[in-house]
Design a protein around this ligand. Structure first.
Ligand code: AHR
Length: 503
């Protein structure tokens, strides 16, 4: 058995954890909405057509915010199509995903779903084919009390009270040539600035997220952030980051090291934000919204086949990645990375929530189940609240194709408001268990409460409707605490949640 150690101190903190780092995302894409959260006629459908079984799994995740309605979809979307009597809403060709959008579910329906799911809507406006005027109009529609064209339209559509949407995305991935209305950094920065300014004149309580790069390896990365932020720094509140990883060469150690890339991406964007802050002599520190993150590669070939067969069909089964055990380990390391950067990452959205690169899968007319990645997300969301601690971890490391010195034990910790400490830990070692010594002396009397373990002998093991708990958490071997020092075993290739509570 190998060994590693972790030292924690109550004064050594990263910062307060914004609960919105446990956000998610639902786009009008594939079967996320139609056949995912919404399936009228399904035995589990409620009076509005929302699947109760899906709602139950969503609520258990504890997702404080859900980004909506896109994604690439939003860059060609007219929000007016999605409100008013459902039978009069237009069917539109969605050029992002080559499907037909029926608009059966629109803003009000999604808002109602969000209430049922115990979450808040983070609404994205179209800055691709549209601009500041439409962005201002939708804020007036959603948030203005009444007595104006769009607020009265909302009232006529059945919502007397404003929807009170607080968080707004200024478009989506506007740096990407695949995006409808793709822009240069300066073009986008100007439009984002004017949109945010006008949206906040309508409702000064809102917060706005400007589009950063759609990936760390975009050729425009860095210049995009610097130029775009130079235009809109003063009027926005967050800059977005998006990142997806895959393991197409079946290199598990290399794949599990990808959270090093994530950390580098976050730190680079923080540096650029602060450079713009410096240049502008600004007193404002800009924070990050990592509003798309996940593993995404399993479904890529399948999607090409679907489009060959039936372009423009509604609710095509697109981006239906089936996640395996190693994907859950990387998801765990990505969550650990957000906690380590909790001083600047204030929002993060697991992309997405249901069926589309999602922790939750459904079968039309059938059941719904949790994929492997559901579990680390649920554990972090449930137990990773309060204050992020700056953990000093002493661990052996390994080298892989893209990184040197990858920690075999990837771990961090949080201090709950009840005084309890939770350690999150991925053992990246392919074969060896670790003994982890945790120095908890600074926290007074703590006792061991629980060891939650996610492990499977097969890195490619998946959950299915027939075998939904194949990869699921069990009670781990745990350990003991003596004089403030804990000793626990963490098995080879595993996700661990170690909970310590006040005596
Ligand atoms: O989440 C799937 C897609 O990934 C989103 O629509 C887009 O923003 C990103 O490229």
């Amino acid at each position: 058995m190998k060994s590693a150690s972790m030292t924690l101190d109550r004064d050594y903190i990263v910062g307060r954890i914004d609960p919105r780092i446990y956000g998610s995302f639902i786009e009008h894409l594939g079967r996320a909405v139609y056949g995912g959260i919404y399936e009228p006629g399904h035995p589990e459908a409620d009076e509005q057509g929302f699947r109760r079984d899906v709602l139950k799994l969503v609520r258990a995740l504890g997702v404080p915010v859900v980004r909506y309605p896109g994604g690439n979809f939003v860059s060609g979307f007219n929000w007016e199509d999605s409100v008013g009597p459902a039978d009069r809403r237009p069917r539109r060709l969605d050029l992002a995903w080559f499907t037909t959008e029926t608009n059966a579910v629109g803003l009000h329906e999604f808002y109602d779903w969000a209430k049922k799911a115990d979450t808040e809507v983070m609404y994205a406006v179209n800055l691709g084919t549209r601009g500041p005027e439409n962005a201002r109009d939708i804020v007036e529609y959603a948030n203005h009390p009444g007595g104006s064209k769009f607020s009265d339209m909302r009232i006529a559509n059945g919502s007397k009270d404003p929807l009170g949407i607080k968080l707004w995305c200024l478009g989506n991935e506007m740096d990407g040539p695949w995006q409808m209305g793709h822009k240069t950094a300066c073009e986008y920065g100007r439009i984002a600035n004017e949109s945010a300014k006008m949206m906040k004149w309508v409702d000064p309580t809102i917060e706005c997220v400007a589009c950063g790069s759609s990936a760390y390896d975009m050729p425009t990365f860095g210049d995009w952030e610097y130029q775009m932020l130079s235009e809109c720094y003063d009027n926005i509140d967050y800059v977005s980051l998006h990142r997806y990883y895959g393991n197409p060469t079946n290199d598990t150690p290399g794949f599990l090291a990808r959270s090093m890339d994530l950390d580098g991406f976050i730190k680079s964007v923080v540096s650029i934000c602060d450079a713009v802050k410096g240049k502008k002599h600004s007193k404002k520190t800009l924070n990050l919204s990592f509003d798309e993150w996940n593993v995404w590669y399993h479904s890529s070939e399948q999607d090409k086949e679907i489009w060959k067969r039936e372009k423009w069909g509604p609710a095509l089964p697109l981006l239906e990645d089936i996640y395996n055990f190693e994907d859950a380990l990387l998801a765990g390391s990505m969550l650990i990375t957000f906690l380590r950067n909790a001083d600047r990452v204030k929002i993060a959205c697991l992309a997405q929530l249901v069926n589309v690169i999602a922790p939750i899968m459904t079968r039309n007319g059938g059941g719904c189940w949790a994929q492997t990645i559901y579990w680390p997300f649920m554990h972090a969301s449930k137990y990773g609240r309060g204050t992020a601690l700056m953990a000093l971890v002493n661990t052996p490391v390994y080298d892989c194709a893209d990184y040197e010195g990858v920690p075999l034990i990837d771990a961090t910790a949080t201090l709950g408001d009840d005084g309890g400490v939770t350690v999150f830990c991925v053992n990246r070692d392919m074969t060896e268990d670790f003994r982890l010594d945790i120095d908890l002396r600074a926290f007074g009397d703590l006792k061991f409460k629980e060891h939650i373990l996610l492990h499977h002998d097969d890195t490619k093991a998946v959950n299915t409707e027939a075998n939904p708990m194949n990869v699921s958490p069990v009670a781990g071997p745990g350990g003991k605490v003596e004089a403030g020092r804990a000793q626990v075993s963490v098995p080879a290739l595993s996700w661990n949640v170690l909970r310590f509570e006040k005596i």
